[in-house]
Design a protein around this ligand. Structure first.
Ligand code: PMP
Length: 312
C-alpha cells in the first residue's frame, strides 16, 4: 500500500513541505514508543464545503493521552483545531484523514522519556474507509484473536499511546494471515474488549450492547456517536461485559471507528452472525452516521467543525 502524499505537514507550529517533515533515527519515540496520536476524519459536506467530525473531542483525547504520558503539548484544544483547518485548507483537500502525533523527539536516550523534547506534527491525506467500501456494504469477516488485549494496569487502552499499538498490530497480523479482515481481542478475564482499531457493538433483539471501558476499550468517538444515536432512536443501549459466545449468538455485530466508520461483521471465526448479512439496526445506524458526517442532519450540526477557508 503506498502512502498518498500531499503538499504540507504541520510541525511544531509551521507548515513544512511533506518530504521535509522528517525526524532523527535516534528520536526517543522510535525506540520506546513514547508518543500519542489521534485519528480524525474530515468529510466533504453534501451542501458544499468541508467539516471535521468531532474535532474538539479528538483533540481533548489527544491532550488526555499526552497528559498520561507526562507530555506537555504546548497548544490548547482550540489552537490544535485551528491548526487542523489551516493544514486541510493548505493542502486543498475536501475530504481526508487527519493524524496528529505528539512524541518524544531527539535529544536523549534511555527509558526515562522526560528529558527528551516533545514534538508535535499533524498530517492529513486522502484515506478511504479502512476495511473498504465493500466491507461497509456487505460486512467483513472477523476472528477472535489468540492475543489478549493490553491490560488496563499495564498499557492503558483508554489512551492512544503509540506503544499500545504493538498489541493491535500483532492481532491484526494474525487475523490477516489467517484470511480475516479484523481481530476481536478478549481481555485477560476473557471479556470482549474491542477490535484492533475499532470498538465493537452487539445487537440482540432491540438491545444494543457494547463493552464498558473497564474491560479495556478506548472510549471511541464513533462509539460515543453510535451510543447517542441509539438513544435518539429509542434502542436500549447497555455497556456490559460480554464474552466470546455472545458474538456467536448475536443477531448483529458491528465495529465503529474513525478509520473504519461503521462496519458490519458478517461472520466471526467462520460462524455466521445472524443471517450472515448486515442487519437492520447496523444499517440504520450506519446510514444515520453517514448523513451526520456529511452535514445532512441539522440535529447534529454541533459535531461538525467547518474548515475555513473551504479547500478549493
Ligand atoms: N479502539 C482502538 C484501539 C482504536 O485505535 C480506535 C481508533 N481511534 C478506536 C477504538 C475507535 O475510536 P474512534 O471512534 O475515536 O476513532
Amino acid at each position: 500500500m503506498s502512502m498518498p502524499e500531499v503538499d504540507y505537514i504541520w510541525k511544531n507550529g509551521e507548515l513544512v513541505p511533506w518530504a521535509e517533515a522528517t525526524t532523527h533515527v535516534l528520536s526517543h519515540v522510535m525506540h520506546y514508543g513514547s508518543g500519542a496520536f489521534e485519528g480524525i476524519r474530515a468529510y466533504k459536506l453534501t451542501e458544499g464545503g468541508t467539516a471535521v467530525f468531532r474535532l474538539h473531542e479528538h483533540m481533548e483525547r489527544l491532550l488526555l493521552s499526552a497528559k498520561m504520558l507526562y507530555m506537555d503539548v504546548g497548544y490548547t484544544v482550540d489552537e490544535l483545531c485551528e491548526a487542523v483547518c489551516q493544514l486541510i485548507s493548505a493542502n486543498g483537500l475536501d475530504a481526508c484523514y487527519v493524524r496528529p502525533l505528539v512524541y518524544r523527539g531527539y535529544g536523549s536516550m534511555g527509558l526515562d522519556p522526560l528529558p527528551a523534547p516533545v514534538d508535535l506534527i499533524i498530517a492529513c491525506w486522502p484515506w478511504a474507509p479502512l476495511l473498504g467500501e465493500a466491507g461497509a456494504e456487505t460486512g467483513v469477516d472477523a476472528c477472535v484473536s489468540s492475543w489478549r488485549q493490553r491490560s488496563v494496569n499495564s498499557m492503558p487502552p483508554a489512551i492512544k499511546a503509540s506503544g499500545n499499538y504493538v498489541n493491535s498490530s500483532l492481532a491484526r497480523i494474525e487475523a490477516n494471515k489467517n484470511g480475516y479482515a479484523e481481530a476481536i481481542l478478549l481481555n485477560e478475564q476473557g471479556h470482549i474488549s474491542e477490535g484492533t482499531g475499532d470498538n465493537l457493538f452487539i445487537v440482540k433483539g432491540e438491545r444494543i450492547l457494547t463493552p464498558p471501558s473497564a474491560d479495556g476499550v478506548l472510549r471511541g468517538i464513533t462509539r460515543d456517536t453510535i451510543i447517542e444515536l441509539a438513544r435518539v432512536f429509542g434502542y436500549e443501549l447497555r455497556k456490559v461485559s460480554l464474552v466470546r459466545s455472545d458474538l456467536y449468538s448475536a443477531d448483529e455485530v458491528f465495529l465503529t471507528g474513525t478509520a473504519v466508520e461503521v462496519v458490519p461483521i458478517h461472520a466471526v471465526d467462520g460462524i455466521e452472525v445472524g443471517g450472515g448479512k448486515p442487519g437492520p439496526v447496523t444499517r440504520r445506524l450506519q446510514t444515520a452516521f453517514h448523513a451526520i458526517v456529511q452535514g445532512e442532519d441539522p440535529a447534529f450540526e454541533q459535531w461538525l467543525y467547518r474548515v475555513y477557508p473551504p479547500p478549493s
